[in-house]
Ligand binder design. Structure first.
Ligand SMILES: *[C@@H]1O[C@H](CO)[C@@H](O)[C@H](O)[C@H]1NC(C)=O
Length: 107
């Protein structure tokens, strides 16, 4: 007949199958979600600029950043990385990119 081992095995298999199905449904449902984050960045002040002979110039700036990231947070979101990058063009280089060193990203 059905021993304890058989019943435990059946129960475990069923539970894991249901769990996998729910995970797949949660993952699939994210396809219908189209997040629309918005942000506004304003340079308030350029505090100092330091030219370096090694090539890594440093600048300290004060920004006023407002962002609405609410639409990014769904049941499928584990973590959101936010950073600030400035892109500009010079006669020598088509694309220059500067990324922020520290990003105070509090929710
Ligand atoms: C920063 O921007 C917000 C709105 O975008 C504004 O209400 C606020 O006064 C600004 N703060 C400073 C210090 O400029």
């Amino acid at each position: 007949m059905h021993s304890f081992g058989y019943r435990a095995n059946a129960l475990l298999t069923f539970s894991i199958t249901v769990l996998a199905l729910i995970c797949a449904m949660a993952s699939f449902s994210d396809n219908f979600n189209s997040p629309s984050p918005s942000s506004h960045v304003q340079v308030l002040n350029i505090n100092w600029f330091q030219k370096s002979t090694q090539g890594n110039d440093e600048v300290s700036m004060t920004f006023n950043i407002s962002a609405n990231l609410q639409s990014l947070f769904t049941w499928n979101t584990k973590q959101v990385f936010v950073f600030l990058a400035a892109e500009y063009e010079t006669p020598k280089n088509f694309l220059n990119q500067v990324q922020s060193d520290h990003c105070p990203c509090h929710s």
